[in-house]
Write a protein that binds this ligand. Structure first.
Ligand code: MG
Length: 165
């Protein structure tokens, strides 16, 4: 595997672990404010990000690379409101999408077909992530000032199951 691709993948592996950290921190924030459903939803989201990181990690191993693990940036520890947290999550997913698209550009440029295959899965996954989180943002913004509405959404999101990722 070309060194330029290894470097880009090591950096992206770190970005996926950073996503895990951010969502874990959001889950902690929700839990501390007794938004138990949001906390549970976000904990599952965090776990999904760890799985994404491991997909890149395994790919590097399969390609004969010992993946360098970089320091993970410290995430925010609190948010102004559940709305703000979900808005941040959507912004973060858009950032990850742009990173994956840049990786794909690089994989095409370097004619690395195996990596392109892996990235195709992630491109589909990002469409799903942006759609899911975007939908939650729309709905949470609609009920932002209404405690009852927020509680209904909290209960609904709390029903997310690990298998429904
Ligand atoms: Mg991800």
């Amino acid at each position: 595997m070309k060194q330029s691709l290894v470097d880009a993948l090591v950096e992206h592996l770190n970005a996926e672990f950073e996503s895990y950290y951010i969502y874990l921190s959001m889950s902690g924030y929700f839990d501390s404010e007794s938004w138990d459903g949001f906390a549970s939803w976000m904990a599952l989201q965090a776990e999904e990000e760890r799985e994404h990181a491991m997909k890149f990690y395994q790919h590097l191993l399969q390609r004969g690379v010992n993946p360098k693990l970089l320091s993970i940036a410290e995430p925010k520890n609190g948010w102004e409101s559940p709305v703000k947290a979900f808005e941040d999550a959507l912004e973060h997913e858009k950032l990850i999408t742009s990173k994956i698209e840049k990786l794909m550009d690089l994989a095409i440029e370097e004619r690395d077909h195996g990596l392109q295959n892996l990235l195709r899965w992630f491109i589909d996954e990002q469409i799903e992530e942006e759609s899911t989180v975007g939908n939650i943002v729309d709905r949470i913004q609609r009920v932002a000032g209404d405690a009852k509405g927020l509680m209904l959404l909290d209960t609904e999101l709390g029903a997310r199951k690990a298998t429904g990722l």
